[in-house]
Design a protein around this ligand. Structure first.
Ligand code: 16H
Length: 253
């Protein structure tokens, strides 16, 4: 129990929380719906293609707010041999985080809201000539069924939130972010019996969007060059990680 009377479940509690019934349920619902609304929005107007490598395309829209670069990022990729559920699972689950994240010093779960919603506190590596960044965000995984025939959409949303267990400690600076990973599974030449689907028959179509405010002044040119290098690196590295992890495992639809 925190001093204001709020009771928090911790990662150590037996998880008895009811799905979707917690203090952040409405906020999360709203932000998930926003992401779903814009996921198929085209990137022709105002978006620059800043990186392309095979199926991977990384777009950026140059935006500044009070002199701070807050460029929205939007990227697409197609990954062979994995499902949308697998991509989202490895992105969401705490135990894999440090195996694929290359921009973090640490990650910690500070609250579990339900099995599909946790609050993380993460420390970023110092990558640019300025203060170290940390971030505190809720992370939510969701499966959205479209119809019986279609493969569902899987998504993970990470969104910054203040939390009494993660106070900002200057000179550290808090990142503000709204990030979504949205995935669909495509099955090529589906065999008659769904049980016969092999990894060679599947691929994942991925969309990743990031609205990140560095939370304090950073030299704009440095931030843009870090972003241009690090987002494609993340996408490639994370995709390869999931391919490797799932290669010899049963397919998780
Ligand atoms: O999405 C990525 N990682 C998530 C899991 O660790 C956390 C992320 C996040 C970030 C900040 C606040 C809340 C949630 O969703 C992969 C991120 C890969 C980013 C590399 C590019 C870094 C370029 C500088 C921009 C400022 C860093 C912010 C990271 C998104």
């Amino acid at each position: 129990t925190i001093s204001n009377g709020t009771v928090f479940s911790t990662p150590n509690d037996e998880n008895t929380a009811v799905k979707g019934q917690h203090r952040l349920a409405n906020e999360i619902e709203h932000i998930v719906q926003e992401h779903l609304k814009y996921v198929h929005e085209d990137v022709n107007h105002g978006w620059d293609l800043i990186h392309q490598d095979g199926e991977m395309k990384v777009y950026r829209r140059e935006v500044e707010e009070n002199g701070i670069v807050i460029d929205p990022m939007k990227m697409f990729h197609t990954i062979k041999g994995v499902t949308g559920h697998e991509m989202c699972r490895y992105f969401y689950e705490y135990q894999y985080r440090m195996e694929w994240e290359t921009t973090l010093d640490s990650t910690k779960i500070i609250e579990v809201l339900d099995p599909d919603t946790v609050i993380f506190h993460q420390m970023h590596k110092r990558v640019w000539p300025s203060a170290q960044r940390d971030n505190c965000f809720w992370s939510h995984i969701r499966c959205i069924a479209k119809s019986e025939e279609d493969q569902p959409i899987w998504l993970v949303v990470n969104h910054t939130i203040p939390h009494p267990l993660a106070p900002i400690k200057p000179p550290q600076v808090r990142l503000v972010a709204n990030v979504a990973l949205i995935c669909e599974t495509v099955i090529n030449e589906p065999p008659l019996n769904p049980k016969d689907i092999k990894r060679e028959n599947i691929q994942c179509r991925l969309t990743y969007v990031a609205f990140v405010n560095p939370g304090g002044w950073v030299p704009g040119a440095a931030l843009r060059s870090v972003a241009k290098r690090e987002y494609p690196r993340f996408l490639k590295h994370f995709s390869n990680y999931v391919i490797e992890q799932t290669r010899d495992k049963p397919i998780l639809f």
